[in-house]
Design a protein around this ligand. Sequence first.
Ligand SMILES: Cc1cc2nc3c(=O)[nH]c(=O)nc-3n(C[C@H](O)[C@H](O)[C@H](O)COP(=O)(O)OP(=O)(O)OC[C@H]3O[C@@H](n4cnc5c(N)ncnc54)[C@H](O)[C@@H]3O)c2cc1C
Length: 337
Amino acid sequence: MKPVDLYARVRHAVLIEGISERAAADRFGINARTVAKMLKFSVPPGYVRTKPIVRPKLDAFIGIIDTILTDDKTRLKKQRHTAKRIFERLRDEHGFSGKITIVKDYVASWHQRGQEMFVPLVHPPGHAQADFGEAMVADQLKTGANTPCWLVFDATFRKNYTAGGFMPTLIMPDLVIPPDWWDHYIFRAPTIEGLAAKIHVPVDALRRTIGNMNVYAQTGVDPQFGRGGNDYDRMFGDPAVSPNPCLGAIDTPPYYAVPINLGDLGTKGGLKADARARVIDSSGQPIPKLYVAGNNSGSPFGNRYPGAGGTIGPAMTFAFVAINDIAERSRARAASA
Ligand SMILES: Cc1cc2nc3c(=O)[nH]c(=O)nc-3n(C[C@H](O)[C@H](O)[C@H](O)COP(=O)(O)OP(=O)(O)OC[C@H]3O[C@@H](n4cnc5c(N)ncnc54)[C@H](O)[C@@H]3O)c2cc1C
C-alpha cells in the first residue's frame, strides 16, 4: 500500500491542480493504474469501511466520548482519562447502561484512528458547529480532498427543504434557477454516476456514501457521524421524518449537489467587555468611553457557537446596551450641567 502522504499529493495534483492522471503517474513515478486507484478513495482503501458498525448501546454516547478524548489531548498525559474512567463517567453522569468492554473497544479504536488526524463531527448540545470547518481543513491537509465538500441530495430533499441559496421547489422550482448557476453553484444529474462525473468525485465513493446514508435513514442510526444522535442535531431535523429526523434517503432522481466552501461568519475572540459593553483593560477595569460589540468583541459564548443567531444576537444586544449606556451618561452630564 502507498503511504498516505503520496495519496494526498497525487489526489491534490489531479483533483485540485487539474493535471492528467498520466502526468501524475509520471510526476510521482508510479503506475497509471495506481493513480486511478488513488483517485477512487480519499485515503488508502484499507481505511474505508464498507459496512457500518452498529453499537446500539454506545452510539448515543460516542459524541461525549469523542469530546472527552479530544479535550484530553490538551492535557498532561497523567491527567487524561482511561477507558475505565470514561466508562464510569458515562455511567454516573450520563446514564450509560452498557458494559465497560464496548467503551474500552471504542476508546482503543479511537486512539488507533488518532494517526488519521481525526476531528470529531459529533458534539453534545451547544458544542461548536464550527468544528465541521476544522474537519474540512484537517482532511484537506491530509488528503487534498473535501475542500470543497459536497451537499448531495435528491428530488425529495429538493422539494421539501432549503439548500444553500435554494428554497424548496414549491417556492423556487428548478425552472426559475438562473441558467448560469447550473453546473457552477448547483449540479443536477438523472443518475448518481452522472452526478459524480459532473462534480468530479469518484463514482464508487459517492455510490458507497449514498448507499450508507440510505441504510442509516432506514435504521435511524448513523454509526459514522452520529447525525441525529443528540437533541441539538434533532432540533435542526424534520420531525415528520422517522426514525431519525436528521436522516433521509437519497434515492429519488434527479440527484443534486451543491459545493460547500469554507468562509468566515464570525469570530471567537476579541476585546473583553463588561455587562455595560465597556472594553475592559488588562487590569480588569473599564476603559472610559470605549465600547465594543460584534465581531470586534470576545463572544459571551467563549469559543462555542451555540446555534443560529449566536453572533448577531450578542452583537445587537451589546450594541443596544452600549448605546443605552452612552445615552445614560449623556443624560447624567446634561442634568449636572
Ligand atoms: C454567510 C453568513 C451567514 C451568517 N449567518 C448568521 C446567522 O444565521 N446567525 C448569526 O447570528 N450570525 C450569522 N452570521 C454572522 C454575522 O452576520 C456576523 O458575525 C455579524 O454580521 C458581524 O457583525 P459586526 O457588526 O460585528 O461586523 P460586520 O457586519 O462585518 O460590520 C463591520 C463593518 O465595518 C466596516 N468596516 C470595516 N473596516 C472599516 C474601516 N476601516 N472603516 C470603516 N468601516 C469599516 C465594514 O464595511 C462593515 O460594514 C453569518 C455570516 C455570514 C457571512
